[in-house]
Write a protein that binds this ligand. Structure first.
Ligand SMILES: [Zn+2]
Length: 193
């Protein structure tokens, strides 16, 4: 298997992986509207000089955390624990509500036909593009391999290239060993009482 655990997801699903991973334990790359604009523009998802509002940044966060909750379902078993560990229990519902408002339509002039944004508002179009990628990845069979790290303090998105699709942590060196150390500590504690 040529891919190691740091190999990113194939395009276009990589955009979703990158988007989710803009939030880390030590910071948020989309903390301000200007940061969101920069992120989207450098990926060709937003026209240059588009001004992003605070409300639009909040919508982007709804999309990001909703997507994180969605990929947590791809874990086996699903990652479902609530906050403060990094998964908001309402995130998926919030994204479902927002997704109904985002402009996305099947473009039958494309070959093959594809979901494309068709609204007037550029940031909403960019967010709709990301949701279109979800549908594309489901169709391509790659979606179920995009997962959320099981380590509660992490929840990093990673692409599971493993043959048996059982990968659990973003990194065995970091989160895997942390979980193992904790389990070992619990066993020792249990024995000592
Ligand atoms: Zn992790």
């Amino acid at each position: 298997m040529p891919e190691d655990e740091r190999t990113p997801a194939p395009l276009p699903l990589r955009r979703i992986e990158e988007f989710i991973n803009t939030r880390r334990a030590d910071g948020d790359d989309l903390a301000t509207p200007a940061q969101l604009a920069h992120w989207l523009q450098t990926r060709g998802l937003l026209p240059a000089n588009t001004v992003v509002t605070a409300g639009q940044r909040d919508r982007a966060e709804t999309v990001r955390e909703g997507l994180r909750a969605l990929i947590a379902d791809n874990n086996e078993p699903p990652v479902a624990s609530p906050r403060p560990d990094g998964l908001d229990p309402a995130a998926r519902t919030s994204l479902a509500d927002l997704a109904r408002q985002l402009p996305l339509a099947l473009d039958l002039t494309a070959h093959p036909p594809r979901l494309t944004p068709n609204g007037r508002e550029p940031v909403d179009n960019a967010l709709a593009t990301l949701l279109g990628v979800v549908a594309e990845a489901v169709a391509a069979g790659t979606w179920s391999r995009l997962k959320a790290c099981r380590e509660p303090s992490c929840r990093w998105a990673f692409y599971d290239y493993s043959r048996n699709r059982r990968r659990t942590w973003c990194s065995m060196d970091l989160c895997g060993n942390r979980a193992k150390a904790r389990a070992s500590h619990h066993r020792k504690t249990a024995r000592s009482v």
